[in-house]
Design a protein around this ligand. Structure first.
Ligand code: HEM
Length: 508
């Protein structure tokens, strides 16, 4: 080898080493991003995450131990800043709320379903988001509207109890909790949106399409490495086909409702219009002209109604299932709750919405469930509205800011015996003063906090309270002999029981 070759080789090696060091450092460096695990050139931490073959939430749980309150992960071209400490979450979401209230750009597949970010959850912080959210709150969540629609819950709960009864009869006394709760909540939300009672079969069809939508919009490789997009043309084709099916499934409900609103007549027997004109969410969307968008068409209306059904079903059903899991395992807690319900409505009475609001132990059971099993371990992705800083580090406007809120409720500095399920802590103990909206401080925020807090958190709690109170009032819940409930978690949009809860029910 000539001397010149040797010089070129050594220079090449030095250059490669420098390039590796520069491009594989996550965080720190001249950009002053929060530190993070060292990644590989070009792909950052992406391959390391894929190779672990575990869901991202479980990887972050381990990384938090090493990197603490704020760290960066470089996932391909996507920079993610993960915030885990109570103080920083409160500072970003509440004290400096508007600064961190935006959402990052959507992937091309997500844009198909959000019709260009025309949904409350994905809209950037600005006039469109404000008008959509204001309309949602006025039309669905105000106390008057909740009261006006309480008959929908009464109807859905009756069907729920009948279904449990016949399922137990068919299976020899045991029932599966999750599927039934999901169907009930989904039917309530469909009726709130479209004002129509539809068959169980159609509800299941809508539910399965929305599940497919959630699956196809979950992060995929091109979201992190856009250069690979051309290789994923098939996925885009499938997404468009699914969007077509979603439209075919929901547009008839919209058209039927429109005919009902305009002509006051029930258009067909397949979907019976039951909410008075003005009481269904979709009625408000017919005339809405949100700032920055023309009058909404069927595409936008399908997106906005699907968002309500998707956002409200799995979150609430997951919580109901985990609560029942603990009540099955802990008969003492179940008895205490049963006694509270009987004291309020009698042994043969009917649990109504106004009753569950006056049940402090039920409230404590539901809060303890949300603490031990927050349905989401992260909030939805946030983004800063402009370049800013947090915890002494830079946060550029485009990056994904992820709030890892599950750690808050596992932190032994904030909760005594955090792994234990003890509703009493919310009556006397470390949970008494907890503010689940995070405004006064962040100890548990299952619904987020600040500007982007879940706008329907009280409605979600109402659905969960009603389901649990009705189920415990009517039946004693026991483990299936020889097959006790298994608390293993898995991720399926929310953190659910890996093996769905099955329980024996005995009429009280
Ligand atoms: C136990 C029940 C529920 C839980 C745990 C829950 C949790 C959450 C969380 C964590 C967020 C994200 C907050 C953030 O990004 O900072 C969110 C947003 C949202 N939720 Fe819920 N939710 C529940 C029920 C519902 C229900 C019943 C509905 C609809 C009827 C709903 C509609 C929404 C909407 C529209 C957003 C987007 C808000 C925005 O971006 O401004 N949620 N929810």
């Amino acid at each position: 080898m000539d001397l010149i070759d040797l010089v070129i080789l050594i220079s090449g090696l030095i250059f490669l080493c420098l390039w590796w060091r520069y491009s594989s450092t996550t965080g720190g460096g001249p950009k002053n991003l929060p530190p993070g695990p060292r990644g590989w050139p070009l792909v950052g931490n992406l391959v390391q995450v894929i190779l672990q073959r575990r869901h991202f939430i479980f990887i972050v749980r381990d990384l938090r131990k090493k990197y603490g309150p704020i760290f960066t992960m470089q996932m391909g071209q996507r920079t993610m800043v993960i915030v885990t400490s109570s103080q920083l979450i409160h500072e970003a979401l509440v004290q400096r709320g508007p600064e961190f209230a935006s959402r990052p750009p959507d992937s091309p597949i997500r844009l198909v379903f959000s019709v260009g970010k025309c949904a409350i959850n994905s809209a950037e912080y600005g006039p469109l988001w404000r008008s959509l959210r204001r309309n949602f709150v006025t039309e669905l969540i105000t106390p008057t509207r909740v009261k006006q629609c309480s008959w929908i819950r009464t109807w859905a709960m009756e069907s729920h109890m009948k279904r449990l009864n016949s399922e137990a009869f068919d299976n020899g006394l045991f029932v599966e909790v999750m599927s039934s709760c999901r169907l009930t909540i989904c039917s309530i939300l469909i009726c709130l949106c479209f004002g129509a009672k539809i068959s169980e079969e159609r509800i299941k069809h809508i539910e399965s399409i929305l599940k497919d939508v959630m699956l196809i919009t979950s992060p995929q490789l091109p979201d992190f490495l856009p250069i690979l997009t051309p290789l994923f043309r098939r996925q885009m084709r499938e997404a468009k086909e699914l969007r077509k099916r979603q439209m075919e499934c929901l547009v008839p409900l919209i058209r039927n409702r429109k005919a009902f609103v305009e002509k006051g007549q029930n258009p067909n027997s397949e979907s019976e219009m039951v909410s008075p004109i003005g009481a269904a969410y979709v009625d408000s969307l017919f005339g809405l002209e949100p700032t920055g968008r023309e009058q909404l068409g069927e595409q936008e209306i399908v997106t906005l109604c699907s968002e309500v059904i998707s956002a409200g079903t799995d979150t609430s059903a997951t919580t109901a299932e985990w609560a029942m899991h603990h009540l099955v395992l802990n008969q003492e807690i179940q008895e205490k709750l049963y006694k509270e319900i009987v004291a309020a409505v009698g042994k043969d009475g009917l649990v109504k919405e106004e009753d569950v609001e006056k049940m402090p132990y039920l409230d404590a059971v539901v809060k303890e469930t949300l603490r031990r099993h927050p349905p989401g371990h992260f909030l939805l992705s946030h983004a800063a509205i402009k370049d800013t800083e947090l915890g002494g580090y830079s946060i550029p406007a485009g990056v994904h800011v992820e709030f890892y809120t599950a750690w808050l409720t596992e932190d032994p500095d904030m909760w005594s015996d955090p792994g234990e399920f003890r509703p009493e802590r919310f009556l006397e103990g470390d949970g008494v003063d907890v503010d689940v909206t995070g405004t006064r401080g962040v100890k548990m925020v299952p619904f987020g906090a600040g500007r982007r807090i879940c706008p329907a958190w009280s409605l979600g709690i109402l659905h969960i309270n009603l389901l649990i109170a009705r189920m415990v009032h009517a039946y004693k819940w026991l483990p299936v002999p020889g097959a006790p409930p298994d608390p293993t978690e898995t991720y399926a949009f929310t953190v659910v029981m890996k093996n769905s809860l099955k329980a024996v029910i005995l009429p009280r």
